[in-house]
Design a protein around this ligand. Structure first.
Ligand code: CP
Length: 302
């Protein structure tokens, strides 16, 4: 059974194949191949892109979809996640789940062993976002090897997944500039550095915006208020303010493309000039959420 719960469990050749298949769907070349299959979607937190990507992607592949909202299942009356997964596995073929908790909860859904479970964003990691990000970069640059990517903003689930994914590619330089106290979780940082040692990539994290290298191929930022999270420090905006992405960053990297996982808040993490400007691939990146969702569904259900 193929789950996609954490990218750390995904072998390199599977990651490369998923990006390749996503590009195939982006080019309109995919055939409906999931006729007769039923995909469940369970989103306990809000979602525009990921939920629509998996729903539309499944329908385009010929599958049917059952959508469970946050209050729909007996989980809210105390039925266990393991029992829920076991029951669902007798009726549907895959479950796409966005929780606000740890990946342990997704592993409990997957404990039944016959229905693949796909992580549509958990507290720690957003693996299908990283697949859309890699698809966007590959489409633009024709390869992922040797790219130089600057990520500015919180070390959230999007950042963690990007670190786990891009660190697999030879020659990649991935530079994180995260606000102090809001960096990558240590375990993701450790895994990304281990990947980088193996692949010949470099992963660097600093907590300031000084001494930035030049000529990045891509500059990436993310919302300051990640879905399903809150910041106990009432002064967090002061900490984040130096990390706003504005056109000044393009002085050192004039050819860089701009990526954003969306939703965006113009005037917070990014200026409107950048998000809506010529370097921005953010909305193409959002389209690739569906192409990568199709690739994941085909991989899990193939
Ligand atoms: N980027 C992303 O995951 O968007 P949604 O929260 O709208 O799914």
């Amino acid at each position: 059974m193929k789950n996609l719960i954490s990218l750390s469990d995904l072998p390199d050749d599977n990651l490369h194949a998923l990006v390749s298949d996503a590009l195939h769907h982006a080019a309109g070349a995919g055939e409906p191949s999931l006729h007769g299959r039923i995909v469940g979607t369970y989103f306990r937190a809000t979602s525009t892109r990921t939920r629509t990507a998996f729903t539309a992607g499944a329908l385009r592949l010929g599958a049917q979809v059952i959508a469970f909202g946050p209050e729909d299942m007996q989980l809210v009356t105390g039925e266990s996640t393991r029992d829920t997964g076991r029951v669902l596995s007798g009726m549907i073929d895959a479950l796409v789940a966005r929780t606000t908790g740890s990946t342990e909860e997704l592993l409990d859904f997957a404990a039944q062993g016959r229905m693949p479970v796909i992580n549509a964003m958990s507290a720690g990691e957003h693996p299908t976002q990283a697949l859309a990000d890699l698809t966007t970069l590959h489409e633009r640059f024709g390869q992922l090897e040797d790219l130089s990517v600057l990520y500015v903003g919180e070390g959230n689930s999007t950042a963690a997944a990007l670190a786990l994914a891009l660190s697999r590619y030879r020659g990649v330089h991935l530079q994180f500039r995260t606000p102090p106290g809001y960096g990558l979780p240590a375990e993701y940082s450790r895994q990304a550095n281990a990947n980088a040692t193996r692949s010949g990539a470099t992963v660097i994290e600093r907590h300031d915006m000084a001494d930035l290298p030049k000529d990045f191929d891509a500059i990436y930022t993310t919302r300051w208020q990640t879905t399903g999270t809150s910041k106990p420090d009432p002064n967090w905006r002061t900490v984040f303010a130096p990390f706003q992405v504005s056109s000044a960053l393009w002085e050192g990297s004039p050819k860089a493309v701009f990526l954003h996982d969306l939703p965006a808040h113009r005037g917070e993490e990014v200026s409107a000039e950048v998000l809506d400007g010529p370097a921005s691939l953010a909305f193409r990146q959002a389209e690739h959420k569906m192409h990568s969702a199709m690739a994941v569904l085909r991989w899990c259900l193939g």
